[in-house]
Design a protein around this ligand. Structure first.
Ligand SMILES: *[C@@H]1O[C@H](CO)[C@@H](O)[C@H](O)[C@H]1NC(C)=O
Ligand SMILES: *[C@@H]1O[C@H](CO)[C@@H](O)[C@H](O)[C@H]1NC(C)=O
Ligand SMILES: *[C@@H]1O[C@H](CO)[C@@H](O)[C@H](O)[C@H]1NC(C)=O
Ligand SMILES: *[C@@H]1O[C@H](CO)[C@@H](O)[C@H](O)[C@H]1NC(C)=O
Ligand SMILES: *[C@@H]1O[C@H](CO)[C@@H](O)[C@H](O)[C@H]1NC(C)=O
Ligand SMILES: *[C@@H]1O[C@H](CO)[C@@H](O)[C@H](O)[C@H]1NC(C)=O
Ligand SMILES: *[C@@H]1O[C@H](CO)[C@@H](O)[C@H](O)[C@H]1NC(C)=O
Ligand SMILES: [Ca+2]
Length: 528
């Protein structure tokens, strides 16, 4: 069946905003309430560090090594900085942003990379939509911003790893809800989570371990099956000779000029499979790229590949199998090699992999990666620090409590395979014996989008992951996946499609798995 594009989608979000707090309070009153939180709030294991009332849009200074300034465009709001002791050797720093105009919704924002950084963009974005929002440092300061792979705080600190693996979002939700209740003198009606990448994993972990924390979870490009995802990043670098020093000396190395040839050849072989030659491979899983087409003939040495390089490309575009032949992690999607994030990971072992193995798996800051192999990958998954794998199909408790889960994945994601999100969908489907998960879990695949954003695709749909080429704030639920989640949770209207907007302003309907994005000669639609 071909679904029409979203002209008929009912926009419910404005309806639900009618539940706004009847607010007779003026700025002075809000400011007084805000400042009094610091003295009056007594919360278990928690210290309120500071409260500030922000009356006008401004740039605020933020503590820690992650970032020094952040925008607040959504003022006026009360900013609460606090720290929760999770054990005697670990603590989670967090902020709650509490807008004057509040519609009764609570939200926790996730992190990225090996992150330890509050996501101020997400706080700003979600408070502008009138959520009362919390973001945490995930239990450690660092691993974000300019160095998303920093992991030194984990070394020999298993409780800090536990915060990262499962606890920080939970305590942020528990304590955040109490702060919200104290400030507005009523509890949040509904609770949400928003994140991408590590945030997508955190949302998944919340649904598995703490199903009561959130009514609705938006978790994009989830770093699920985390140990194998990180291990696969390490193995990919080896496919091209890294981490030999320098990688360029390896016969497997592929120069930037040759990558351009590879990308062109992949598009030649696969762009038209979806019916439109537009630089986007809608279904990379149906692209069986044959790098042999570029192999040097006879005496050719320029603009062609050696057999060793052809083999390296076969490795890249094949799934990672373990020592017993079991699937460890799906393959790198053909087309994603053109993403700006990609060259860095082929030029040496990716810092997410090297730092995770150094500081968490081996507890050895000098660990040498020259011979990084499947044995290392499998050991990482066997240790599974903090239970971080987050690869479990049993979402029954979350489903039973009425929770709704929306996820999305760019088909050109160069960091975490979009195929893994299909695999997780299928795992949940088998575990719960449900052929379709539509009543509580929907996965949208986004053709041409990179990691959480970026790419040629219609990559902007309100996912709130700024800094990934995602522009603007679409404010209707047909174009904004966070508002679509609100409509699902509060109005029982599930999103059939999400419409994304590309950098050039063009729009495209994104389909929920297992539907496919199909061109009918006039528009993109979705087909079973
Ligand atoms: C704000 O409201 C309080 C009463 O709640 C009143 O005393 C105060 O004068 C008002 N302030 C402003 C600036 O209007
Ligand atoms: C949290 O831990 C710190 C350091 O151990 C301690 O000084 C502080 O009193 C603790 N705070 C609470 C609320 O337990
Ligand atoms: C925040 O800082 C940026 C960059 O310095 C500046 O362009 C912007 O105008 C500032 N915003 C406000 C509200 O002061
Ligand atoms: C407070 O910390 C203790 C351990 O230090 C823990 O058992 C308890 O659950 C914590 N309370 C909350 C609300 O997190
Ligand atoms: C490294 O330390 C963690 C606890 O922080 C532990 O789980 C892991 O087994 C250790 N790794 C090795 C190789 O001993
Ligand atoms: C890597 O393997 C080679 C060949 O087996 C060996 O000579 C070398 O010592 C190993 N390097 C490390 C760091 O283990
Ligand atoms: C959506 O945004 C536009 C401006 O970008 C504004 O005019 C409109 O009122 C907004 N709609 C809602 C429901 O907030
Ligand atoms: Ca195409």
């Amino acid at each position: 069946m071909l679904c029409p594009s979203a002209a008929t989608v009912v926009i419910l979000f404005s309806t639900w905003t009618l539940s706004a707090a009847a607010s007779s309070q003026n700025h002075t009153d809000w400011e007084t309430s805000c400042l009094s939180l610091q003295k009056n709030l007594q919360l278990e294991n928690t210290t309120i560090l500071d409260t500030t009332y922000i009356a006008e849009p401004q740039n605020i200074t933020t503590p820690g090594i992650c970032r020094s300034t952040a925008p607040v465009n959504s003022a006026p709001l009360c900013r609460v900085q606090f720290v929760i002791n999770t054990t005697s050797s670990s603590a989670v720093h967090a902020e709650a942003w509490l807008p004057d105009t509040w519609y009764g919704r609570f939200l926790v924002a996730g992190d990225g990379g090996l992150g330890g950084c509050l996501d101020y963009d997400a706080l700003d974005y979600t408070t502008s939509l009138h959520f009362a929002s919390v973001s945490t440092d995930n239990g450690h300061d660092g691993g974000g911003g300019s160095d998303p792979g920093d992991a030194h705080q984990f070394l020999n600190h298993p409780e800090v790893i536990n915060d990262f693996a499962f606890r920080a979002i939970h305590v942020g939700a528990v304590i955040g809800k109490q702060i919200v209740q104290a400030y507005y003198t009523r509890a949040a009606a509904k609770s949400y989570f928003l994140g991408c990448s590590t945030g997508g994993r955190q949302g998944t972990q919340a649904a598995l371990k703490f199903p009561d924390d959130f009514d609705g979870i938006l978790g994009g490009a989830p770093a699920t099956d985390f140990n194998n995802a990180v291990g696969a990043l390490g193995m990919i670098s080896r496919a091209f000779g890294a981490p030999t020093s320098p990688s360029e000396a390896s016969p497997k190395w592929i120069t930037p000029d040759l990558w351009v040839l590879v990308t062109t050849e992949i598009l030649r072989q696969c762009d038209a499979l979806d019916g439109v030659v537009d630089g986007i491979i809608a279904e990379p899983d149906s692209c069986e790229f044959r790098p042999e087409a570029l192999q040097c003939n006879g005496d050719e040495t320029e603009n062609c590949l050696t057999p060793t390089q052809v083999e390296a490309l076969h490795n890249l575009y094949s799934p990672l199998y373990g020592l017993q032949g079991q699937l460890l992690y799906p393959r790198f999607p053909p087309g994603a090699e053109a993403d700006p994030l990609t060259p860095a990971r082929f030029a040496g072992i990716h810092p997410f992999a090297s730092n995770w193995f150094r500081f968490v798996v081996y507890n050895d800051t000098e660990h040498d990666f020259s011979n990084f192999s499947l044995t290392d990958v499998e050991l990482g998954d066997q240790i599974n620090p903090g239970g971080i794998a987050t690869f479990d199909g049993d979402l029954s408790a979350f489903r039973t409590r009425g929770g709704k889960f929306l996820t999305y994945h760019g088909s050109r994601d160069p960091l975490l395979s979009p195929t893994n999100s299909k695999r997780v969908y299928d795992l949940i489907s088998h575990t719960l014996s449900l052929p379709l998960l539509d009543d509580f879990y929907r996965l949208f695949l986004v053709p041409g989008m990179g990691h959480c954003g970026n790419g040629l695709g219609a990559n902007s749909f309100g996912q709130g992951i700024l800094g990934f080429g995602v522009n603007g704030i679409a404010n209707s639920s047909s174009h904004n996946i966070l508002l679509a989640l609100v409509d699902w949770v509060e109005g029982d209207v599930a999103p059939d499609t999400i419409i994304g907007t590309a950098v050039d302003g063009s729009m495209r309907t994104h389909c929920r798995y297992p539907q496919r994005s199909v061109w009918n000669g006039m528009v993109w639609g979705c087909s079973n």
